[in-house]
Write a protein that binds this ligand. Structure first.
Ligand code: PHE
Length: 511
């Protein structure tokens, strides 16, 4: 098994550049809104225990492993796994990358909607209601922010916002680490500042501190519920952007002598620290206004929090604009990491220029994202799924995030733990590390990680069976569509990965 680092591979200009980029990837919509919703659902303060256990047993080891892979092989995920386990390894790598590409297309579509909402936050969003002609609703029929959101969703300018977001993403990864570093140096610190401002606002709202008390009052009863554990492990994987080859791609641009373990810890703690304080902001803002943070990421971002902000005693426009800018910054620093994971995988495998890789990704990606945002109204009587695009997005999210990511985690732990041998990767990880990992790490990767990830996956399937396909939202009419999307997803990711992991004829194959 030879490992040849590519000589002219780009390198981050500083450790800070890597930390900002990797933590920028991890800190996203999940940290800002989803954590609060999950914590609420899973027993507030009691959620922290499973959450922290998930962080230490799964989050940190996987983060270190994905960074270690990048450091060891200096390649994006598929080529790294090729070096571990040949074509089969590469297949797994591409499967993860294709899964990530599904997510990229709708993640960027959502960013287009954030732009639409941001424009609304300068005024129209805060009016009591507005007409939604595409749904045949006159002003007053539906309150804002719902009316504004559905009107935006069903009007053509949104397509332009989505295309713009794609252009911005391509621009940011245009020159790889150089341009990514420039962008994250602006996005990531600003994100922290805006979040801190929102916390202060939340804490100083009447009854705001009551929200903090609620957040930290454990409800131990829920701990017996397996869903809580599933929620915590799922949240950690999602939140740390694991299972997509992102951290491997970013770490492949680290100098060889980097301290893998301290990088992994720093990125994980920055991410979880942000999530923790975001929880305070969400709980204070919502509880002071007697709103319950019980919703999906999308509903939290576009309905629940804007409803809260609309009721602020003053500064509604300012805080509203700030909230959507925060979502945009957090979202962009995450989406560029997805695009870079994709680009670097194509460049490493096919030895094509960055320009070509980005042209393929940009054109294909924009086209698919636009499908997600088509203002095509299928059924105006639907409450949540107003447009075909929104429904498609919801379904893809369910399969790609809910299952794809964890399946990847399972495959990674098996390949690294059993095929490469966790000890070998640990050598690389420890080589320049101040905190060295002991043999316990190997046991964690070989036994604990696969068992836990498998259990979470099994719990998800069990829940699917218990509550009907895709939970209650798919109760009537939608199961066939869920099945179709599942099939498309499986065929696209599996077929694509098979094709892409084929030997690269004509060009020198990866070493
Ligand atoms: N980590 C992001 C979040 O917490 C989610 C994400 C995962 C984004 C993977 C991009 C890639 O929101």
């Amino acid at each position: 098994m030879q490992e040849q680092p590519t000589t002219q591979r780009a390198v981050w200009s500083s450790k800070l550049g890597f930390i900002l980029a990797a933590s920028g990837s991890a800190i996203g919509l999940g940290n800002i809104v989803f954590f609060g919703a999950n914590a609420y659902k899973y027993g507030a303060g009691a959620f922290y225990l499973p959450y922290l256990l998930a962080l230490f047993f799964i989050g940190l080891p996987f983060m270190a492993m994905e960074i270690g892979l990048g450091l060891r092989f200096n390649r994006a995920l598929p080529e790294s796994l090729h070096l571990i386990a040949g074509r089969r390894g590469e297949f797994v790598g591409w499967w993860g990358i294709l899964n990530a590409s599904v997510i990229t297309t709708y993640y960027i579509a959502i960013l287009g909607w954030v732009v639409g909402m941001l424009l609304g936050a300068f005024g129209p969003l805060w009016r009591p209601s507005m007409a939604v002609p595409a749904f045949g609703m006159a002003e007053g029929a539906l309150p804002n922010p719902f009316a504004y959101f559905f009107n935006m969703l069903s009007t053509p300018p949104t397509l332009l916002f989505v295309a713009l977001m794609w252009a911005l993403n391509i621009l940011i990864v245009w020159r790889g680490t150089v341009t990514i570093e420039k962008a994250v140096k602006i996005c990531v610190p600003l994100m922290w500042v805006f979040m801190l401002i929102l916390i202060v606002r939340g804490l100083t709202l009447p009854h705001g501190p009551h929200g903090v008390r609620l957040l930290f009052t454990p409800n131990w009863g829920v701990m017996r519920n397996p869903d809580v554990w599933k929620g915590a492990f799922g949240q950690i994987f999602f939140s740390l952007s694991l299972g997509f080859g992102i951290m491997t791609a970013y770490a492949s641009y680290l100098p060889k002598k980097s301290d893998c373990n301290s990088n992994a810890m720093m990125v994980s703690f920055l991410n979880c620290g942000f999530e923790f304080i975001a929880g305070v902001a969400i709980f204070t803002i919502l509880f002071s206004l007697s709103i319950v943070p019980k919703a999906s990421t999308l509903a939290m971002s576009f309905f629940v929090l804007p409803s809260g902000i609309a009721r602020f005693p003053y500064g509604v426009t300012t805080f509203g604009v700030m909230f959507f800018v925060l979502l945009l910054l957090a979202g962009i620093s995450s989406s560029v990491s997805l695009v870079e994971a994709l680009a670097s995988s194509l460049i490493d495998k096919f030895r094509i220029s960055r320009l070509r890789a980005l042209a393929i990704i940009g054109i294909g990606g924009t086209f698919i994202s636009l499908l997600f945002t088509l203002p095509l109204v299928v059924d105006p009587s639907l409450k949540d799924d107003g447009t075909l695009g929104l429904t498609l997005l919801d379904l893809s999210d369910h399969w790609a995030f809910g299952y794809g990511l964890l399946l990847m985690g399972l495959a990674e732990s098996i390949l690294i733990g059993w095929v490469l041998g966790a000890g070998k990767l640990r050598e690389t990880m420890n080589a320049h590390a101040r905190i060295r990992l002991g043999p316990w790490f190997d046991a964690l990767v070989r036994f604990v990680a696969p068992v836990v990830v498998f259990a979470v996956l099994a719990a998800s399937v069990a829940q699917e069976i218990r509550t009907g396909m895709y939970g209650s939202r798919m109760a009537t009419g939608w199961p066939p569509m869920a099945v179709v999307v599942l099939l498309v997803w499986v065929v696209f990711t599996t077929g694509g990965a098979l094709l892409l992991s084929a030997p690269n004829k004509g060009k020198e194959a990866a070493p």
